[in-house]
Design a protein around this ligand. Structure first.
Ligand code: TRP
Length: 355
């Protein structure tokens, strides 16, 4: 029986953090035995924010090493770098012919990122869309909202459709992009009267999508939030970050609901696998005997239990350039094989038939 095709990618914009690990990486490792897995590093997507070239390359290499160190096995899964597959940008051009600027401009991630680029605050209820559009069109060149940012969802759809992936493990923030991917697939199929692209679904390998909280009291862990614990943080720095995590003034009366910042820390402890400890701290909160210093110490050690072996392996892997080169070369070969086959079909269907 042919296995379902799983595909997911992480943008190369720095080191991976615990949110990436619990939200993505850990599940990738669990899936690789049961599915035709394809995990890539989205370096073309990273270009939308015009990163420093040296840093971009370092980040691609780092994430590759982190994928491998976390347990993704290049013999079981295809691991590749997006820009090693030139079929992707070619199909991106073709698919863009069937994507409306309006639907791209209405995408939440575009609105958020464009507002950031323009230096205006986050979107809110009742925003004046017309004023926003005027600002984009009139933006001076140093505050430009580039066309790559606008067409980010087309590129992501191509990543998925060119591999004919049906299962796409992503977080909640990517749901809208996946919805657009399905829409583009349907549109293409029906425009040309073909059945070329399957519609991909979000996939969490049986697990509910986890929200990995940050250390600053509210919200999720994220690079732009500045509240991250990185997989490669040194123990000293990591302990310091955890000790500085936001809590509250302590429970005032028995059985009061746990405040968000403290609940976040206990949830994080639970995510590391320390369910018993987490239960103890919930009970201690309920009877007002909780000590945040102890909670933080236990949390830091529990996190280190997960990150230390990964960090050790990352350093070994990074030192082995030859191995890294072999992994990406083999990954690119496999990813290109399927991509080339799909692209050939797309070209044929669209009338680019050659002579
Ligand atoms: N946009 C995704 C993110 O920021 C990364 C990504 C790019 C992706 N292409 C993809 C994820 C294809 C899944 C499938 O998280």
């Amino acid at each position: 029986m042919k296995k379902d095709i799983v595909l997911s990618g992480i943008r190369s914009t720095g080191n991976l953090h615990l949110g990436n690990y619990f939200g993505a990486l850990r599940n990738f490792v669990r899936m690789q035995d049961d599915y035709d897995c394809n995990f890539f590093i989205a370096d073309l997507h990273a270009l939308t924010t015009n990163p420093d070239p040296v840093q971009l390359h370092a980040s691609v290499k780092q994430i590759l090493a982190e994928y491998l160190a976390a347990g993704i096995d290049p013999e079981k899964a295809t691991i590749f770098v997006q820009s090693d597959v030139p079929e992707i940008p070619e199909m991106y051009l073709l698919l863009n012919m069937h994507v409306g600027i309006g639907e791209l401009m209405r995408t939440t991630s575009f609105k958020d990122k464009a507002r950031k680029a323009l230096g205006i605050g986050p979107a809110a209820e009742g925003d004046d869309d017309e004023a926003f559009e005027k600002q984009i069109i009139g933006a001076s060149t140093n505050k430009r909202v580039n066309a790559g940012l606008l067409t980010y969802p087309t590129l992501m759809a191509v990543d998925i459709l060119i591999q004919k992936a049906t299962l796409v493990p992503v977080g909640k923030d990517q749901e809208q992009h996946l919805e657009l991917t399905r829409r583009f697939a349907r549109r293409f199929n029906s425009f040309y009267g073909v059945d070329l692209f399957p519609e991909p679904q979000n996939f969490n390998f049986g697990a509910a999508a986890v929200k990995v909280p940050g250390l600053d009291g509210s919200g999720k862990m994220g690079k732009s939030e500045g509240n991250c614990i990185y997989l490669v943080d040194e123990p000293k720095a990591l302990r310091k970050k955890v000790m500085k995590a936001v809590t509250d003034e302590g429970p005032k009366e028995p059985n009061q609901p746990i405040s968000e910042p403290v609940a976040n820390l206990i949830n994080l402890l639970e995510l590391t696998g320390a369910a018993d400890l987490a239960a103890q701290y919930r009970a201690a909160y309920a009877d007002c005997t909780v000590r945040y210093g102890d909670l933080k110490k236990d949390l830091a050690e529990a996190i280190l239990g997960i990150t230390t072996p990964i960090r050790d392996r990352v350093n070994d892997i990074l030192a082995d350039e030859e191995y890294l080169r072999r992994v990406v070369r083999q990954g690119a070969e496999r990813a290109r094989e399927r991509a080339a086959a799909t692209l050939a079909e797309v070209r044929q269907v669209m009338g680019l038939r050659g002579f």
